[in-house]
Design a protein around this ligand. Sequence first.
Ligand SMILES: [Fe+2]
Length: 439
Amino acid sequence: MQDQQNKEEIRNTLIDKYKAVRKASVEMCRPLSGPEYRLQPVEEVSPPWWNLAHTTWFYAINILRPLGLDVPFTGKYEYKLNSYYHFQGPMLERGRRGLQSRPDNEEVYDYRNQVDGQMRTLLREATDRRWDDVAFLTTIGVNHEQQHQELFFTEIKQIYFADARSDLIRYPPALIPQESPLAGGQSRFLPITGGDFEFGNLEGDWGWDNEYGLHRQHLEDFLMMDRLVTNAEFLEFIRDNGYGQILLWLSNGWGEKEKWGWHAPLYWEQRDGEWRQYTLAGWRLLASDEPVCHVSYYEADAFARWKSQIPGQVSRIRLATEYEWEQAARTMAEPIESGNFIEDHRYHVVPARPNSTRRIRQIFGDVWEWTASHYGPYPRFHPFPGGLVEYNSKFMDNQRVLRGGSWATPRDHIRISYRNFWHPATRFQCSGIRLAGDP
Ligand SMILES: [Fe+2]
């Protein structure tokens, strides 16, 4: 009896989560005009229509189709909706998503409704024999959709930025509580004692395959900055010709910088002697005490190297490894709930609050923090089964790990053990810098 009750609770929790995530995707697109759904300013930015349809396709092919419950739309447009799953068949080139007139926006919403109808029936009625598979795949599906919700906000920012009318404001930020100016500006390195520690998804929440297996790792004593690097600090690097000092840069980083003409973070511009920044609330003067955002790994790494040249108490300043970051987040950080996430409707970073606790601030939310770690498998790693082996593990090559979530991440999507990964030259994601060091 008790067992049956627990099963029902689990089932209802998943149904509620499915409905909430599906609704959030529709809500975030509500402010868009029809044409805004269709734009793809650069290859890595998918148009919003595609996001909405692709996340729906994911449930259709992984869950509904094997059970004979799929809808005809999936087969008709599958070629356009497949992102990178070669196991599922051929796909449209990523850079051509913005050139498609079909499916139109109405068809996409209709597709979402059809799949939701099938999914809700299945989630309610799946037999015990089928339930474990359905629950496992649906959980992956909703987490996948939440990842695309974050992508949506970084993509729509690029879409508006590329538009000549880039002062358009569709996502007005919620008011930010006023602190005294620069109150959070002071920063310090906090010492963290080394030793042998366990890593991975120890908290036992649901996790991606890349957060397992759990394993031990030795850390030396290290230092962690108690807040993120600010715009004012990054401006000092620019004014000291940081972008021109070849000895600060990794070889590949220097190559990317030269190729793309980087001289400041993405969305920064100097006009009439003043630095401005493009945000989802339009152009505005650069705020000194906000964390720097939209930098590549290469810029983060060069900044740390530059900082290390300045004489001080710390023998070497650098980026943290993902293990150091995880240990700091597990033992020294302010709680996840205190972070700046998408539900706060700020659509932007916020300055650090004053530190009265000797805890590490801003470790969750605001910006994903580049770590020095290459993205690879943990010991005893087992990728998801079947076609989903393509979800994470095939990207364990030439990518760096980022941790902590950003202002665009849903709060219930982030965990201490969460491993994000991007190519080190990526700048359109909400990525920033936390310094670490050797004592
Ligand atoms: Fe996807």
